[in-house]
Write a protein that binds this ligand. Sequence first.
Ligand SMILES: [Zn+2]
Ligand SMILES: [Zn+2]
Length: 325
Amino acid sequence: MKDSKLTLPKGIFVLSLDVELCWGAIDKPAQLEKNKKYYEQARDCIDKILVLLEKYNIPATWAIVGHLFLQRCNPAKGGKHSDIPRSTYPWYSKDWFEQSPCTDDKEAPLWYGQDIVRKVINCSVHQEIASHSFAHILYGDENTKRNTVRADLTNCVCEAGKFDIELKSFVFPRNTAGYVDELNNFGFTAYRGIEPVWYRSFPKGLRKVCHMIDQLLSLCPPVSLPEYDQGLYNIPGSMLYLPMNGFRKLIPVEFRINKAKKGIRKAIENKRIFHLWFHPFNIATNQKKLLYGLEEIFMEVQSSRDNGELETKNMKGTVELLNCI
Ligand SMILES: [Zn+2]
Ligand SMILES: [Zn+2]
């Protein structure tokens, strides 16, 4: 049995990106409609993020929804993706795949993304392709059944295999962790756990207020050590790089930069992991400002790395490092 807590030789910067396009709102038709204008810019954002990752030599983890590995799909006799046994949810009465069009990448480019997978593979700085489930199923929801998860994971592994990709890291849809033992069965070695923010255990309403205060004061985000959990390492998130829609546009981009820099500093001082994450489509909420902010953060990472204080690893690379310690 591995130690539940480990030590690291130095601070590590981890970046993970959740790529989902429309799948992120598969069970939320109103949100899907609202976000469509951002999803449509996601490919452009991905191109620009990849340019920055190359420029600053950063190996990130791209957690891609498995259905985006497809070029097309057809409803079989039993309906859409009938090989996936359904779980039902009291808050969503329709079939899970109701909104997905089941056509091809020409007809519905926001539901397919082989071009995105290829772009990430072809980045000159090696990027990890990871999984964000096949159909954005909520593994941690109490209504999600084990056979749904098994079939979902079977599809992920099968489609990634067609690109010669062995999936090793997993990001839970909506960060709801569940069935970690099944991830182990399917060969995964890491997942991104929820950020251990100071207000995590507060009631929902209060949590939202505290989240706002936390952002407005640019408080230092949590940094963590990986924890061994049922055969995988939990590499918890530290900070969501906030989009600039809704109330969040009131928070200047400099606040995000300052917050991230505090996290990087703390990771260096405590030899822990600062794990930044976001969805590429989040950048579309204000491309100019958010790309500027991201580059500022990457410059800080680069200078700390050049000083020998910090390492940049994706999730898979972090596990490889841990296995050598
Ligand atoms: Zn489909
Ligand atoms: Zn997601």
